[in-house]
Design a protein around this ligand. Structure first.
Ligand SMILES: [Zn+2]
Length: 125
């Protein structure tokens, strides 16, 4: 029972975070376009489809990429929650600490693996 309500809380938290991201990106779009265009993009983003963004070349694609990526992670976390494997590190399979999940509810890696990933040299464009 307790487990159930814990999951329910996580689900709510993830949905809330998702809404926040969508809302903030919608606010960013407002500057650039009409309601109609904005809705097209918002609908695409809801489905994790970033391609519509590129139709609007004056927009910052990088910003929206980051938001779409966050939404994708949240969706993944929600899926994991359904499957009962939420909170396990993608890399090593260890449980991700609750403290970390509180800060980043859609974290896919534990702190150790995240740090390792960040330390790896990346190609710059
Ligand atoms: Zn790990």
């Amino acid at each position: 029972m307790r487990e159930q309500s814990h999951r329910e809380n996580l689900r709510k938290m993830l949905h809330k975070k998702r809404e926040e991201i969508i809302r903030s990106s919608a606010a960013g779009m407002k500057k650039f376009m009409s309601d109609e265009n904005r809705q097209t993009i918002a609908a695409g983003q809801e489905q994790g489809d970033c391609s519509v963004f590129y139709q609007f070349e004056h927009m910052s694609c990088r910003q929206f990429d980051a938001q779409t990526e966050s939404i994708r992670k949240i969706d993944l976390a929600l899926k994991k929650l359904e499957e009962g494997i939420y909170g396990c590190c993608e890399e090593c399979g260890e449980e991700i600490s609750v403290e970390r999940l509180k800060v980043i509810p859609f974290a896919l890696l534990c702190l150790d693996c995240q740090e390792t990933a960040e330390q790896q040299p990346r190609k710059r464009n």
